[in-house]
Ligand binder design. Structure first.
Ligand SMILES: [Fe+2]
Length: 95
């Protein structure tokens, strides 16, 4: 459970360096999402299992989830992204 929670919190950490406001930065343009996140995870000595979650949470990399924790984050991220795209979050707020 700790790995899932930590993975959920950090899986998009690279976005902090990928955007400056609404503008894409060189990190985004030259590295792509979420490769900078792997650097951040390594720089602060987090476990490789968390780096795997960061790397495998999106179809933008060829790395598929190899742990149940990574699979949970991948699927949760897909659901969240789909909800945002369909504006379902607005519907949930009115319930
Ligand atoms: Fe992401």
């Amino acid at each position: 459970m700790d790995t899932v929670v930590a993975g959920a919190l950090i899986h998009d950490v690279s976005k902090l360096a990928e955007f400056d406001g609404m503008a894409e930065t060189p990190v985004y343009n030259l590295l792509g999402h979420p490769y900078y996140g792997i650097y951040v995870v390594a720089a602060v000595d987090l476990p490789v299992e968390l780096a795997h979650i960061v790397l495998s949470h999106t179809s933008r990399t060829p790395v598929e989830p190899a742990t149940i924790e990574a699979e949970l984050i991948r699927r949760a991220d897909e659901v969240a992204a789909a909800a945002i795209r369909s504006q379902a979050t607005d519907d949930l707020r009115t319930v």
